[in-house]
Design a protein around this ligand. Structure first.
Ligand code: DQA
Length: 146
């Protein structure tokens, strides 16, 4: 099973960005953990990070044929990008939304996810484990489709 993993804007700053909220792991360390977990589950992953909405849509489009599932942390785009929402819907990608922090317990603007309605599940508030749980969940997507 092929899983496309996309990190949205400012996640390249992990490790030095608000560590009290996002933890002290860098993006490289997070990605190493994702690759390890994926390998353990027998999943192939392609991982990208972008600070640009258009680039994220282009990545989704370019990898849609390869991917069986999408794990996405849209970061701030979570809260207002109808364009990313529409791309996920249009490409018909089984998607799982991920957040390091618990967006439901933060500022009011973060409590809304416009991406959630086009995702099968949302994992949040557990740091890197949110991503690991999303990868675990991908296996159940495949099981359902068989
Ligand atoms: C985030 C939460 C978003 O509100 C924020 O803009 C981010 C990261 C998270 O992983 O907790 O950049 O998606």
């Amino acid at each position: 099973m092929n899983v496309l993993v996309i990190h949205g804007p400012n996640l390249h700053l992990l490790g030095r960005r608000r560590p009290e909220i996002y933890g002290d792991a860098t993006l490289a360390r997070l990605n190493a953990g994702i690759k390890k977990r994926a390998a353990g589950l027998g999943l192939r992953v392609r991982i990208f990070q972008s600070n640009s909405e258009g680039r994220i849509i282009d990545l989704l489009t370019a990898n849609a044929a390869w991917a069986d599932a999408l794990v996405i942390n849209p970061a701030a785009y979570t809260h207002y990008s109808y364009a990313i929402r529409d791309a996920i819907e249009a490409l018909d990608l089984p998607a799982v939304e991920v957040h390091l922090s618990d967006i439901s317990r933060r500022e009011p603007f973060r409590r809304v996810s416009v991406i959630e309605p086009v995702c099968l599940a949302q994992f949040k508030g557990e740091g890197p484990r949110s991503y690991f749980k999303a990868l675990d969940y991908c296996l159940s997507i495949r099981a359902r489709e068989k």
